[in-house]
Design a protein around this ligand. Structure first.
Ligand code: NAP
Ligand code: ZN
Length: 357
C-alpha cells in the first residue's frame, strides 16, 4: 500500500484496511517540518487495547474506523529535526507523543490544559484528521512523526524507553483519575483488570501511598500483582470471593475492556466511595440505581489527560523510576499481539520496536 504525496517526510508504517484485515507495510508521507514542528524518529510504540477496538471498528458510533489505519498512540522517539521557531526540544532529545497531536488552542478546555476535550475536537494521533479536518492522521506503528512541539512531551528520566512508551496512554489514563480523586496514604484502592492500564494503575496508586487490591479474572496474575505493588488479589470469577470485601474500598479504578457487570464492584465501595471507569467495552453498562444510592456512591469516567498533566505524570514516573512492564516485539507480530491482548494474555504491554522498521 502507498499513499500518494509529493513533498514532506517519507514514512514507513503498518496499516490495516478493515476490521478483519491483516497489518501490511504502508508507505506514506507526513507533512514537512513547519516552524513549530519537530520530527520524531520513533523508537517504540505501545499496543493499547484502544488500538484494537479502533482497528476492528468496535466503536463505530463514536470513533468510526478510517482505513487504511496506522494505529499507535504510545510513542517514544528521538528528535531528528526541529523547526526554526522550536524552543522546547533540540535534535537528539527524547520525546513522547500520546493520544492527540493538536487542538484548537482557543476553547475553554484547551486553555485549561485539558486539550483532549477541545470543543472543536482535538486531532487524534491516528484514526482522525489534523485540524484542517481533511488530512488523515496516522499513528505510531510507523518510523517517524511530525508534530507541533506544544503537543509533544519531554522525557527526562534515564528509564528504558520501551517501558516509557506505554506511559503516554496507559500511564496518563490511570494517573489522572488517581490524582483527581486524591488517592493517597490510608486509602484502600481497587484496580479492576490487570492489563496495560491496570498494571500502571497498580504501580501509580502504590507509589502515591495507597493500599492496592487487584480484582482480576486471571488467577495466574496473583504473583505479578503483588510484585507490581498490590497487597491483595481477588479472583472475581466467583462472587463469593467479593462478598467479604463489601463496604471496604475508598476508590476503584475499572480498566476492563470487555462487557462486564459494574454492580459487583460498586457494592465494594465504602460510604461516599467512588468508582472511575476508564475501560471502554463495546456495549453500554446497566447500573441499578440502588448500587449508587445505597452508600452515597459516585460513578465517574476519565479520558486520558491533557498535556500539562501528561508531563506531570512523566516527571512523576521518572522521579519514582516507574515504567511499564513490556514485551517488545517486531512489527510483523502485531496480529499475534492483538490476539494475545484480547485473551488477557499480556504481561503487561506489547511494545513494537520501530527502530527495525
Ligand atoms: P488490556 O491490556 O487488554 O487489559 C484489559 C484487562 O481487562 C485484561 O487484562 C483483563 O484483566 C480484563 N478483562 C478482559 N476481558 C475481561 C472480561 N471479559 N471480564 C472481565 N475482565 C476482563 O487493555 P488496556 O489497554 O489496559 O485497555 C483497557 C480498556 O481501557 C480498553 O477498553 C481501552 O480501550 C480503554 N482505554 C481507555 C482510555 C481512556 O482514556 N479512558 C485510554 C486507554 C485505553 P484480568 O486478566 O486481570 O481480568
Ligand atoms: Zn491508549
Amino acid at each position: 500500500m502507498t499513499a500518494a504525496a509529493t513533498q514532506g517526510v517519507a514514512t514507513k508504517g503498518y496499516a490495516t484496511n478493515g476490521p478483519e484485515a491483516k497489518f501490511e507495510p504502508f508507505n506514506f508521507v507526513r507533512r514537512e517540518v513547519g516552524p513549530y514542528d519537530v520530527l520524531v524518529d520513533i523508537d517504540y510504540c505501545g499496543i493499547c487495547h484502544s488500538d484494537i477496538h479502533q482497528a476492528k471498528n468496535e466503536w463505530p458510533d463514536v470513533m468510526p474506523a478510517m482505513y487504511p489505519m496506522v494505529p499507535g498512540h504510545e510513542i517514544v522517539g528521538h528528535i531528528a529535526q526541529v523547526g526554526s521557531e522550536v524552543s522546547k526540544f533540540k535534535v537528539g532529545d527524547v520525546a513522547g507523543i500520546g493520544c492527540f497531536v493538536d487542538s484548537c488552542r482557543e476553547c475553554q478546555p484547551c486553555k485549561a490544559g485539558v486539550e483532549q476535550f477541545c470543543q472543536k475536537g482535538s486531532a487524534m494521533t491516528y484514526n482522525g484528521t489534523e485540524m484542517d479536518r481533511s488530512t488523515p492522521t496516522y499513528g505510531g506503528y510507523s518510523n517517524k512523526y511530525v508534530i507541533d512541539e506544544a503537543y509533544a512531551l519531554k522525557i527526562n528520566g534515564g528509564q528504558s524507553l520501551a517501558g516509557v512508551a506505554p506511559l503516554l496512554c496507559a500511564g496518563i489514563t490511570t494517573y489522572s483519575p488517581l490524582r483527581r480523586f486524591k488517592v493517597g496514604p490510608g486509602q484502600k484502592v481497587g484496580v479492576v483488570g490487570l492489563g496495560g492500564l491496570g498494571h500502571m494503575g497498580v504501580k501509580l496508586a502504590a507509589a502515591m501511598g495507597a493500599d492496592v487490591t487487584v480484582l482480576s479474572t486471571s488467577p495466574s496474575k496473583e504473583q505479578d500483582a503483588k510484585a507490581l505493588g498490590a497487597t491483595n488479589f481477588i479472583v472475581t470469577r466467583d462472587p463469593n470471593n467479593l462478598a467479604p470485601h463489601a463496604w471496604t474500598f475508598d476508590f476503584i479504578l475499572d480498566t476492563v475492556s470487555a462487557d462486564h457487570d459494574l454492580t459487583q464492584y460498586l457494592n465494594l465501595l465504602k460510604v461516599n466511595g467512588s468508582m472511575v471507569i476508564v475501560g471502554v467495552p463495546e456495549k453500554p453498562a446497566q447500573i441499578p440505581a440502588f448500587s449508587l444510592i445505597w452508600g452515597n456512591h459516585s460513578l465517574a469516567g476519565s479520558a486520558i489527560g491533557g498535556i500539562p498533566e501528561t508531563q506531570e505524570m512523566l516527571d512523576f514516573c521518572a522521579e519514582h523510576n516507574i515504567t511499564a512492564d513490556v514485551e517488545v516485539i517486531t512489527a510483523d507480530r502485531i496480529e499475534e499481539a492483538y490476539d494475545r491482548t484480547i485473551k488477557s494474555d499480556v504481561r503487561y504491554r506489547f511494545v513494537i520496536d520501530m527502530k527495525a522498521a
